[in-house]
Design a protein around this ligand. Structure first.
Ligand SMILES: C[S@@+](CC[C@H](N)C(=O)[O-])C[C@H]1O[C@@H](n2cnc3c(N)ncnc32)[C@H](O)[C@@H]1O
Length: 179
C-alpha cells in the first residue's frame, strides 16, 4: 500500500475515532512529513523570521519545531491526539523553544487563524474541503497556505512543486496558495 492509500485508508477509522474524540473529528491519520519535505514546504511558503505559522494537525510537532528552530518563526501546532500533543509539547520544552513554539491541544476546525502568515497542512482531501471555508473567512490578505500531497479543492495553487525523491524513493507534491 502506498503512502497516499495509507492516508486515505485512515478514513475507514473515522466512525470509531469520532466516538473517541468528542472534541472533533479525525481528519487524517498520523503520517509524518519527512524533514527534508518540511523544509521544502516552509521555503515554498516563503517562511520568514518573526512570521506566524500554524501547522494544522501537527503530529509529533516537527513542522512547528523546524519552523521555530531553523526559520525563526513564531510557530503554533494544533493537534487533538493526546499522546502526540503531549510528546510534541514536551519536545518543545526540552529544546528550549517554548517562547517561539507551542501546540494547542484541540480540533483544527475550531481555531482562530486570523493572525497566520503561513499555514501548513498534511490532511486528507475531505479535511481540506472542510477547512477551506474557515480559512477563506479568517485568513488575512497575503497569507499563504502550503498543502502536502492533497490539494485544497476549490482553490487554484499559485505554485506546485514536485519532489521526485525524498531520499527514501518517495515523491511528494506541494501546493502553494496565496490568499
Ligand atoms: C498526516 S498527519 C501530519 C502530521 C504533521 N503535520 C506532519 O506533516 O508531519 C495528520 C495529523 O492531523 C491530526 N489530526 C487529525 N484530525 C485532527 C483534528 N480534527 N484536529 C487536530 N488534529 C487532527 C492527526 O492526529 C495527525 O497527527
Amino acid at each position: 500500500m502506498n503512502r497516499r492509500s495509507l492516508l486515505l485508508s485512515g478514513l475507514g477509522m473515522m466512525p470509531l475515532l469520532a466516538q473517541e474524540a468528542k472534541k472533533g473529528e479525525k481528519l487524517a491519520p498520523y503520517y509524518p512529513t519527512p524533514e527534508l519535505i518540511v523544509e521544502k514546504m516552509l521555503h515554498l511558503g516563503g517562511a520568514k523570521k518573526g512570521e506566524k505559522v500554524f501547522d494544522l494537525g501537527s503530529g509529533d510537532g516537527r513542522i512547528v519545531i523546524i519552523a521555530a528552530e531553523k526559520f525563526g518563526m513564531n510557530a503554533v501546532g494544533v493537534e487533538f491526539d493526546k499522546d502526540l500533543y503531549t510528546q510534541s509539547a514536551e519536545k518543545i520544552r526540552r529544546l528550549g523553544l517554548a517562547e517561539k513554539a507551542r501546540i494547542i491541544h484541540g480540533d483544527l476546525l475550531q481555531q482562530d487563524y486570523s493572525s497566520a502568515d503561513l499555514i501548513t497542512v498534511y490532511l486528507l482531501p475531505v479535511a481540506n474541503e472542510k477547512l477551506r471555508p474557515i480559512l477563506d473567512k479568517q485568513l488575512k490578505k497575503g497569507a499563504r497556505v502550503v498543502a502536502h500531497d492533497f490539494e485544497v479543492g476549490g482553490w487554484r495553487p499559485d505554485k506546485t512543486e514536485v519532489v521526485e525523491d525524498d531520499g527514501e524513493g518517495r515523491s511528494h507534491t506541494l501546493y502553494l496558495y496565496r490568499r
